[in-house]
Design a binder for this molecule. Structure first.
Ligand SMILES: NC(=O)c1ccc[n+]([C@@H]2O[C@H](COP(=O)([O-])OP(=O)(O)OC[C@H]3O[C@@H](n4cnc5c(N)ncnc54)[C@H](OP(=O)(O)O)[C@@H]3O)[C@@H](O)[C@H]2O)c1
Length: 319
């Protein structure tokens, strides 16, 4: 297996592994066995993954608890741990969003559940149109100054929203967002490439990308229907929004490109994401060590200009 590589989060000193591991729908969710979570996380760490991505809302706190237990057995200083806040954690009117109140309460809950004194990155899990961006930027800056958070980031913000946060940060001499976490894959390209990436480059921000396999669609496992015990079998709304004939046809068309490079479609999709400008890390999801190992094989794939051109033909940048 090829050695892990590390990249900076934009214009900052901290480096993250090119492939990282996240817990959405899996740890504490479809995987309730803490021993299996531990096995997968520790295998990832052994392979050189140093960045682990969580969120308060994943399995309503259970992902933080389950991943936190496994991460506590690894050397904290070698880990980059992120969590997120924004999505409702209860019915309470203030238990959501990016107000100062929720950000502070949420980060304390996350620290307790993960079992750590600080988060390397706290992401604003979406933009909150009901809270002035000044309030959010200044609350994040306070957390950085208190040492509870080393960097803060955003997820699914637009280029204009990122610019506004940086302008506020400049006005107050505050820390601005250092990293954006957008969805980005061969099947979902347009927003990153046309709107977000130019702002990240101009502002010196890193980009860590989610659902690089479109929840598994790009592996080819849904070519002939929905296998039992797969994510799309378990989650109805995701199946209904993702599984469309035209997408499956494209994924099938990608097989010839993967065959030419002697890799799987999974590895090709991940290698493509890692090769795109501005990407600091590609966040993997895995429900077994076998999946993780296949995905780590993406590090060995050398994308040729011909392969990139062929992929652009199958998956246009306007998707
Ligand atoms: N910021 C956000 O709003 C946001 C949103 C979503 C995700 N994320 C982050 O990004 C991370 C990655 O996203 P994702 O989990 O959607 O990534 P993904 O790579 O698109 O999908 C991962 C899923 O695909 C299947 N899979 C992965 N490798 C496979 C393989 N080699 N063979 C067959 N099936 C395979 C597994 O599901 P099954 O085995 O269950 O089929 C796995 O859980 C998340 O864990 C989370 O940390 C962030």
């Amino acid at each position: 297996m090829s050695a892990m590589t590390y990249r900076p989060l934009g214009r900052c000193g901290t480096k993250v592994s090119t492939l990282s591991l996240g817990g959405w729908t899996t740890f504490g969710g479809s995987i309730t066995d803490d021993a299996l979570t531990r096995t997968i996380l520790h295998a990832a760490f052994e392979a050189g993954i140093n960045f682990f991505d969580i969120a308060d809302v994943y399995a309503r706190g259970a992902a933080e608890t389950s991943m936190g237990k496994a991460l506590a057995e690894l050397p904290r200083r070698h880990l980059v741990i992120s969590s997120k806040c924004y999505w409702p954690m209860s019915e309470d009117v203030n238990d959501r969003g990016l107000s100062r109140k929720h950000i502070f309460e949420s980060v304390h809950d996350s620290l307790r559940r993960i079992g750590t004194d600080y988060l390397d990155i706290l992401f604003c899990h979406r933009y909150d149109a009901e809270t002035p961006v000044e309030e959010t930027v200044r609350a994040m800056d306070d957390l950085v100054r208190q040492g509870k958070v080393l960097y803060w980031g955003t997820s699914e913000w637009t280029g204009a929203q990122l610019d506004s946060a940086h302008e506020v940060a400049r006005t107050y001499g505050a820390y601005g967002p250092q990293v954006e976490q957008p969805q980005y894959s061969l099947l979902v390209r347009e927003k990153v490439e046309s709107d977000v990436r130019p702002v990240l480059a101009a502002r010196g921000m890193g980009m860590v990308v989610w659902s690089p396999l479109a929840s598994g669609l790009l592996t080819g496992k849904y070519d002939d229907g929905v296998p039992p015990d797969s994510r799309l079998a378990r989650i109805d709304w995701l199946r209904e929004s993702l599984l469309r004939d035209e997408q499956v046809t494209r994924v099938k068309a990608m097989r010839a490109v993967a065959d030419d490079l002697r890799c799987s479609r999974t590895q090709l999709a991940l290698a493509w994401a890692a090769a795109q400008p501005g990407v600091s890390s590609v966040i993997l999801g895995a429900t077994s060590v076998a999946q993780l190992e296949e995905n780590l094989g993406a590090l060995a794939v050398e994308l040729t200009p011909a392969a990139t051109k062929a992929l652009d033909g199958v998956f246009p940048a306007t998707s």
